[in-house]
Design a protein. Structure first.
Length: 495
């Protein structure tokens, strides 16, 4: 009996879990029994034959050329190869004295007609793959243009079947939002964020803790804002899925990642690190721990500013916030002015301004397409610019939606007024991250001269006229963030 190798193949690991491999094996064994052949070794592969470089296939060919077997039996020609380069390697085996058999096809490789028939079938197999690939790409592009993501849902979303948009996972989506918020605060590096997310319970698709690369991938993925960006081509589509992250937070995260938002805390997470500078020399006040206390020191030896203790800074910050708390009279006046502003035409003007900006950005998008068609831009540059414009448009659309609903409801305004009457108490009750946020967003000029702290309020905190405050109330992040961070604590403060 002639000794032969048996080669069986499916295109994917998932297909390998079915019965296809067993069916191929049974057909080869039946063919071998009918033609006085014996299979001495099996080579099983779960990989597409459209691409070259299959490891098991190449290993089998090497052993055949070393005369480890006298023949090779396969189920069909398309199981051996679906590209002409691999088929050339298979079809040259008879020239080397190795018999070639196909269990379902009677082909005589010793005759001209048999070789021609086999070559024609190999060409048809390759053409089938090319056509299938083109049809698949058409289908994928069609789904993408509909706003549907035809691939596996990113972490934080659920797959809902073919033809359905992804939906936020009720468990992981809030954790994804928390991951973005933590990194956007500027108080975390990717490395320091890893144990925090692990403690919160955010896991990858295999329910294992996220790696550093996994966190980087999440933070760089605009899918969470409602956009679909194909990384390989750079193409941008408007997704139908619900967003988890707003555009402003996403842009903030990208700025922090690119180093455009100040240094991130990595090892020594001191309370006011990076927030205060020396008045005379404008150098940073660097924290260091000595004898159980934290001191902030100017690193310039010739500077008259030496050190200031962290607890002294905290006392000064609390005194500052107390001085800028709003009195009950000011609160009533601001509330009255706010109601008058709501009844005025200012909101309409604001909406018209946003509509104009959106129209201008949409016109720029159309011009980009014209530049691509004219050959002025290449595809890579086009997709990069289009993605940036889409992010800007998304942020403008978000601001328009917020302006349309007044941005602050009456209930939110009342919370804001209560918070403004309790700034010192809020700072006392806040955790370290919240205290840093309050200092950064309430105090604009933070310098140390000698041992004295010079603190100046941000404009939104300093102004008391509604004509100045109303645009900030509708657009300024610190006000809304103040409500979001501390609104739930009003009961404890007021009681």
């Amino acid at each position: 009996m002639k000794k032969c190798f048996g080669y069986i193949r499916v295109s994917t690991q998932k297909q390998g879990e079915g019965v296809s491999l067993e069916v191929q094996k049974d057909a080869i064994l039946a063919f071998a029994g009918q033609h006085n052949l014996t299979v001495i070794s099996w080579f099983e592969e779960k990989e597409t034959a459209a691409k070259r470089g299959r490891p098991i296939f190449n290993q089998m060919l090497r052993q055949l050329k070393r005369r480890r077997a006298a023949g090779l039996i396969m189920h069909k020609i398309d199981r051996s190869a679906r590209n002409l380069r691999d088929w050339a390697l298979v079809s040259e085996l008879p020239s080397l004295g190795i018999d070639l058999f196909f269990a379902t096809e009677s082909l005589d490789f010793k005759s001209r007609g048999g070789r021609l028939a086999a070559n024609l079938q190999a060409v048809i197999a390759e053409d089938y793959i090319h056509n299938l690939r083109e049809e698949c790409i058409k289908g994928l592009n069609g789904r993408l243009k509909q706003g549907l993501y035809p691939f596996r849902a990113p972490i934080g979303y659920l797959d809902n079947g073919r033809g359905q948009p992804k939906s936020p996972c009720p468990v992981k989506a809030p954790l994804i939002k928390q991951a973005f918020d933590l990194y956007a605060s500027g108080q975390h590096s990717i490395r320091s964020l890893m144990p925090v997310l692990e403690q919160l319970g955010l896991r990858n698709h295999r329910e294992k803790p996220l790696s550093q690369h996994g966190i980087e991938t999440i933070l760089a993925n605009p899918f969470y804002t409602g956009m679909i960006v194909i990384k390989r081509t750079g193409a941008v589509y408007d997704g139908k899925h619900a967003s988890i992250i707003d555009m402003r937070t996403f842009r903030r995260v990208q700025d922090v990642k690119a180093g455009r938002a100040g240094k991130k805390v990595t090892r020594h997470n001191h309370l006011y690190r990076g927030l205060f500078r020396c008045g005379p020399c404008h150098g940073p006040m660097s924290p260091e721990r000595q004898k159980g206390r934290v001191y902030y020191r100017c690193q310039n030896p010739s500077c008259p500013t030496t050190t200031v203790r962290e607890d002294h800074i905290e006392t000064a910050v609390q005194d500052f916030l107390k001085r800028h708390e709003m009195s009950a009279r000011d609160a009533r006046k601001l509330d009255s002015d706010w109601q008058k502003w709501l009844a005025s035409d200012a909101r309409s003007e604001e909406l018209r301004g946003l509509e104009l900006q959106i129209s201008q950005f949409e016109a720029r998008l159309h011009r980009l397409t014209d530049l691509l068609l004219d050959g002025t831009l290449d595809k890579e540059d086009f997709h990069q610019r289009r993605q940036a414009l889409k992010l800007d448009l998304g942020e403008l659309a978000q601001r328009r939606a917020e302006a349309a609903r007044n941005h602050l409801s009456n209930a939110e305004m009342q919370k804001f007024l209560e918070l403004m009457k309790s700034l010192e108490a809020l700072h006392i009750l806040a955790n370290d991250d919240e205290k840093r946020w309050m200092v950064e967003n309430c105090i604009s000029n933070r310098t140390v001269v000698g041992k004295k702290l010079c603190l100046e309020p941000h404009s939104w905190l300093q102004e008391r006229q509604i004509s100045e405050l109303s645009p900030l109330v509708t657009h300024n992040d610190p006000l809304l963030e103040l409500i979001r961070r501390f609104g739930k604590r009003l009961g404890g403060i007021c009681n």
